[in-house]
Design a protein around this ligand. Sequence first.
Ligand code: GLN
Length: 284
Amino acid sequence: MRIDAALAWATQQLEGGQSPSVDAKVILSHLLNQSQTYLFTWPEKHIDDAILAQFESAIAKRQTGEPVAYIIGKRDFWTLSLETSLHTLIPRPDTEVLVEKVLDWALAKQSQIPVAEMTICDLGTGTGAIALALASELPTAKVIGVDFIEEAVALAKRNAKQNHIKNAQFLRSDWFSAVGQQQFDIIVSNPPYIEDTSPYLVEGDVRFEPKSALTSGADGLDDIRHITKLAPFHLKNGGLLAFEHGFDQGEPVRQLLSNEGFSNVLTVRDYGGNDRVTLGTLIR
Ligand code: GLN
């Protein structure tokens, strides 16, 4: 079958889904080990039978709702290609806003703390997305990513290796439990923040992702509360705490940070215009 015909067939099969045409292209370009541009450049090329069989089975999986990132085992985030697994959340574009804001802060702070000495801790690192994006942009900073799930730690380490990032370490830790007395310049986290009983959990891709990476108590704020309480013990004077959170959690998260003594607390919107990231600095 030709590439254009295969894409047209798959797009039709996925009709009614979240993004039929994009999904078809992402899956086919992955199976052909080519860029998506290749698909447009060579629409008349024939796909061999073995690949076509894999394509059909991948499209059948997508029809059951399985996320593309789990089907192909990877997802692009920032400038990186990350391996994904069922043990962790799939990196989201909105999380790049958190990376951008932390980077802005780090670069502005450079005159006081040389990047070479900057230490960063990413809590609940999952695939390692945030830790690795920051480490890649700040190659002389020292980044630690922690996760409670052993498989996530192993995955993040593989992702560091595959992306040739040497200044990020990963360890198993229940938030700060294994971090010891260490104090950082930056603590960043995209923790679980969805309400336990949210109807959003039974729709779309999120159904396939681990609850441990998604939900956090009745109001979704249990983990953010816990981290915010402990963060002052692990931040240097003047250090930054930065969270991703739910679209309706800007106000309560700002309140939590203020209550724990953080200053310059502000919320930033994501690409969809929703409150998504809140930051504050600890000035003792
Ligand atoms: N932003 C994710 C979602 O809405 C949730 C991620 C999280 O809980 N950290 O699906």
